[in-house]
Design a protein around this ligand. Structure first.
Ligand code: NAD
Length: 469
């Protein structure tokens, strides 16, 4: 049993040392993690398969390669990210120089979800190390084999006074949240995000909250339906729909509704049933993580059908296996639960619209999503959707892949998250942007404002108002 208080105190000491760390030293730590990931890769991939039958190819692409790519990007750019950033000097401060110095926040807590259990644990850790922080890492209890493999990987790379992995569920997370962390990086549901933010308030810890929500797709009357169908189905069904930025529902121009559904049906067959053995036998299709989530999704379908929705594709389930067939629903209305909560499974409601303004109204009637996807060839429509909606990120004529570009900030907005990660933005999340102004000895441009105040001060304030305010 780990003594959390004692390790925390040790990490606080290490964090003071790490404040002085050079780019070379931080890169050495990231490389240690990379070596441990590479050494344990097979165990990690097998563990995810054991937890929810995620196809090894998907784990390699979305968990291992993503982590290694983030590490490589951080290693390449860290010396530059760490450089003090010079900023301009306004006229009233003439004679001085100013810059931003990125210093490590200190001891960080990373709480991860189960759906991309490796990447969403080790990805943030890479940025914590890049920023010069020490870290407590808590993987999800819902993927216990992966949590154990991650714990072993971390223990091989770091002593606990630098990075420690603490396995356990909500109680463990609650115990960790009692500690006065300097930064908390949480990835998970909006409901738990609120609990984390409340706990952070006790110590005024800064937070990055990477949350979820209902990410819409708009397919307008100019879209290439075959292209859209392929990209939407890939984005929806990778990880069996359990992806934070998976398309949650589709808003399609009414004239294309049936054609899009039919194209999506074909794509599902191509991807998961090309050998004709049935999707339940496909080696490319994962399972729902546990019985609770299986029943939650099953009930979303039942509720929608009870309220008048129709199954356009799929609909079959195998409870013992936690298998849900890729399912497309139509005749969906806003009063159905499936249109009120994040689906997080392989079920795709399709809603038809006649006017783009109606689609925009639907989107704006729900909380701001983590991602919003637009399939259109019409610039005017694309610009209108971008201007009239808000989302953490957007792909135009594709799904998911904005996450791969490390030059783009990744994160939500309000209900879908607070703060950003990936690339420089990940480094920034774990860093304090310290403002530094260097003045010349024996000189200050604001001397005229020193007391005792007189008519001279008054004249100076008038001049300042005239020229600078
Ligand atoms: P979750 O919120 O249930 O759990 C996430 C983590 O919080 C786990 O480690 C869990 O042990 C811990 N936790 C659970 N209850 C807690 C409590 N009461 N107090 C403290 N900690 C608690 O989320 P999940 O089911 O693991 O993941 C699914 C959610 O995560 C979805 O909403 C999805 O959209 C979101 N998500 C977001 C991103 C992103 O990058 N924005 C990525 C993946 C998943």
């Amino acid at each position: 049993m780990l003594n959390l208080n004692s390790i925390f105190a040790q990490q606080q000491q290490t964090a003071l040392e790490f404040r002085k760390s050079t780019a070379k030293e931080r890169i050495e730590r990231i490389k240690r993690l990379v070596a441990a990931i590479e050494k344990n890769e097979a165990d990690l991939v097998n563990a995810v398969y054991t937890d929810f039958r995620k196809p090894p190819q998907e784990t390699t692409a979305t968990e291992i390669l993503s982590s290694l790519m983030d590490a490589r990007h951080a290693i390449a750019h860290l010396p530059n990210w760490m450089k003090p950033r010079k900023v301009g000097t306004p006229a009233p401060l003439i004679g001085s120089r100013s810059y931003i110095h990125y210093e490590p926040k200190g001891v960080a807590l990373i709480i991860a979800p189960w759906n991309y259990p490796i990447y969403l644990t080790l990805g943030p850790l890479i940025y914590a190390l890049a920023a010069g922080c020490t870290a407590f890492v808590k993987p999800s209890e819902l993927t216990p084999h992966t949590a154990a493999a991650i714990s072993g990987t971390i223990a091989e790379a770091f002593p606990p006074q630098e990075v420690v992995c603490v396995e356990g569920g909500p109680e463990t997370a609650q115990a960790l949240l009692e500690l006065p962390f300097n930064h908390i990086f949480f990835t998970g549901s909006p409901a738990v995000g609120k609990i984390v933010m409340q706990a952070a308030a006790k110590h005024l810890a800064s937070v990055t909250l990477e949350l979820g929500g209902k990410s819409p797709v708009v397919v307008d009357e100019t879209a290439d339906l075959q292209d859209a169908a392929q990209k939407i189905i890939w984005g929806k069904l990778i990880n069996c729909g359990q992806t934070c930025i998976a398309p949650d529902y589709v808003l399609v121009h009414r004239q294309h509704q049936e054609a899009l559904i039919s194209q999506m049906k074909n794509v599902i067959e191509q991807f998961y049933n090309s050998d004709g053995k049935g999707i339940a036998n496909s080696t490319c299709y994962a399972r729902i993580v546990n019985a609770r989530h299986f029943h939650r999704i099953d009930q979303l379908i039942t509720d929608a059908l009870d309220k008048g929705a129709q199954i356009a594709v799929g609909g079959n389930t195998i409870a013992q296996e936690r298998f849900i067939e890729p399912t497309i629903l139509k005749q969906v209305t806003p009063d159905m639960k499936i249109m009120q909560e994040e689906i997080f499974g392989p079920v795709l409601p399709v809603l038809a619209y006649d006017q783009l303004s109606k689609a925009i109204e639907w989107i704006n009637g729900l909380a701001k999503p983590l991602a919003l996807y637009i399939f259109s060839k019409k610039k005017e429509h694309i610009n209108r959707i971008l201007q009239e909606t808000s989302a953490g990120g957007t792909c135009i004529n594709d799904c998911i892949v904005h996450l791969v570009n490390n030059q783009l900030p990744f994160g939500g907005v309000n209900h879908s998250g607070i703060g950003k990660t990936h690339g420089f933005y990940g480094f920034e999340a774990f860093s304090n942007a310290r403002a530094v102004l260097r003045q010349r000895v024996g000189f200050t441009s604001v001397k005229a404002l020193y007391p005792p105040y007189s008519s001279k001060t008054h004249r100076m304030l008038q001049l300042m108002r005239r020229f600078f305010a």
